[in-house]
Design a binder for this molecule. Sequence first.
Ligand code: NAD
Length: 289
Amino acid sequence: MKIAFIGLGNMGGGMAANLVKGGHEVRAFDLSEEALAHARENGCETFTDAAEAVRGVEAVVTMLPNGAIVKSVYEGSVIGKAPAGAVLLDCSTIDVATAKTVIAEAEAAGYAMVDAPVSGGIAAANGGTLTFMVGGSDEAFARASKVLEPMGKAVIHAGAAGAGQTAKICNNMLLAITMIGTAEAMKMAEKLGLDPQKFYEISSQSSGYNWSLNAYTPMPGVGVASPADNDYQGGFATALMLKDLRLAMEAAQAADAAVPLGSRAAALYEDFAGAGNGGLDFSAIIRTY
Ligand code: NAD
């Protein structure tokens, strides 16, 4: 299949390379010359203009920083420029409202489009093991799945347009809450004189069981190997967690959903990132206890 890929950064670079490995012809565009050079090394054909990259393609994939950029790229360079009938996939993490607006604009112009944000970081993007949560019609989902398969280990239809973004931000809000709760409990156990490894052994097999404790233990030398054992380098950056929490708070407000713990988690990550820790893995929040 002939596929345009726009946004070849930390995530998009590896994803585009996996589409090439999957046998697709990839026409790539990014504002960064370095990203384009890297895409060429990975077998993509590169363009200096997004509208040129989408010419003649059957699918367009975008992996961009935020909703404003996604909207401007679709309105300026994709809708009306890609062939009518192409399937459009936005894999960026953006606000639910913009995702719905852009999909409605694309559908009005005769395209099938999905929001398809990802779970999994740079390693999963490079390894082709992302999980995609997809919002859109049944027909758009069926067509998008074929494009997503070489880039992921799971492709899940979340529901109608915007449902992928909703799943993503609700999941990450839950992750932030469980990480903070896990950090709090581990540090409290330690202060009360309990060996943190003993606490891990007990709680990870008891009702305190959760992903942050069991699969991503935030304390160095305790539980499973995780970014904590690498001085909180790599993993999922605090700045990206904060981005997702801000999107979650915006969506909660729009839906009038009560999120007392989500908003507390967002405030704690706001403070932690503001203190210069944005580049550290999000589990480093345990250092504030
Ligand atoms: P990044 O900043 O590394 O990459 C974004 C790329 O988009 C850059 O190469 C930039 O030059 C390009 N770009 C910006 N404006 C553009 C435009 N108008 N036209 C073409 N290209 C443009 O970011 P990333 O880490 O790859 O993240 C991309 C998206 O994936 C974000 O929405 C992020 O929230 C989401 N995400 C990231 C991770 C992660 O671990 N990095 C995990 C899950 C989801």
